[in-house]
Design a protein around this ligand. Structure first.
Ligand SMILES: NC(=O)c1ccc[n+]([C@@H]2O[C@H](COP(=O)([O-])OP(=O)(O)OC[C@H]3O[C@@H](n4cnc5c(N)ncnc54)[C@H](OP(=O)(O)O)[C@@H]3O)[C@@H](O)[C@H]2O)c1
Length: 267
């Protein structure tokens, strides 16, 4: 057991970005609880991290599309006093257009990408606020900045993650709890293969290695960022976006509609 760092719980740790988070947090000296469905992969990762970094690693097999399993993980977050970091990476992607097919085909995506993430985020925020410290890292996506170019339901779920993270950060201000939304671009993981999608046409210079992504995400977290876009070269571009959004604020709620929406004779 590490006495310097608390324990980090990482969902989606069996592959891709979640696995890279588990590896980097273990390298930094965090004990870990790693969560996903594939127990064999989790066991293999746990063994390697224990050997390489002398940290404690617990495996928590859970299907985050299953409400009972999500409740079990949330309970674990609430009851482990050493836990001070939750990283929500578990997620899936869908290929093709949003329309057509069975109406309930997005249930697994919504359950994992949105509902489970929300439940675990709220459980962690409440537990960490009570403990006076803790950090929550939520994996959103850079697609939220270009919603018209990607799958409508996937983008909407990732926009939810960003909004939840930003809104909750303001609610927990002063409690010792920090939240961060990470907006990765294309990352070299199993995400697209699992959805049966071919992304070979995406140029290699647009695809980041998960270990580099995680290094950047944690640098952003350490720098106190609430939103981190690992690929974005100039932070001023994000600050300009925030400033433009803030400039709308004074005019988002009035007792009358804007003049362009009123009939000419009533203006
Ligand atoms: N790759 C990209 O280009 C990219 C870009 C932006 C954002 N993201 C986001 O990054 C996150 C991680 O994805 P990735 O790219 O690392 O893909 P990945 O390699 O496919 O990893 C997905 C992880 O989620 C877990 N998972 C999926 N369904 C689950 C379920 N029902 N219950 C529990 N765990 C589940 C998988 O574990 P098991 O199969 O073992 O359960 C796996 O560990 C996702 O939220 C994704 O939307 C990815």
């Amino acid at each position: 057991m590490n006495m310097t760092y608390g324990t980090a719980l990482v969902t989606g740790a069996s592959s891709g970005i979640g696995k890279a988070f588990a590896q980097e947090l273990a390298r930094r000296g965090h004990d870990l609880t790693i969560v996903a469905r594939d127990a064999e992969r989790l066991d293999a990762l746990a063994e390697r991290l224990r050997d390489d970094h002398a940290v404690t690693v617990e495996v928590c097999r859970a299907d985050l599309a299953d409400a009972g399993d999500v409740a079990r993980v949330a309970k674990r977050i609430g009851s482990d006093p050493r836990l001070d970091r939750v990283v929500n990476c578990a997620g899936l992607w869908v290929a093709g257009p949003a329309l057509g097919g069975e109406t309930d085909r997005y249930a697994p995506l919504m359950a994992v990408n949105v509902v489970a993430l929300q439940t675990l985020t709220l459980a962690a925020a409440a537990a960490f606020a009570a403990r006076g410290r803790g950090g929550i890292i939520n994996i959103s996506s850079a697609v939220v900045m270009a919603p018209d170019r990607f799958h409508a339901v996937y983008v909407a779920g990732k926009a939810y993650v960003l909004a939840l993270t930003e809104a909750l950060q303001s609610e927990v201000a002063g409690t010792g709890v920090r939240l961060q939304a990470v907006l990765p671009g294309f990352t070299k993981t199993e995400l697209f293969d699992r959805a049966g999608a071919d992304v070979s046409a995406i140029p290699d210079e647009m695809k980041m290695d998960p270990s580099l992504l995680v290094e950047a995400a944690l640098a952003g977290y350490d720098a106190g960022e609430t939103v981190t876009i690992p690929s974005l070269p100039d932070l001023a571009d994000w600050e300009a976006f925030l400033a433009a959004r803030a400039a709308l604020e004074p005019n988002l709620s009035h007792d009358h509609p804007a003049s362009r929406y009123r009939l000419a004779e009533t203006v």
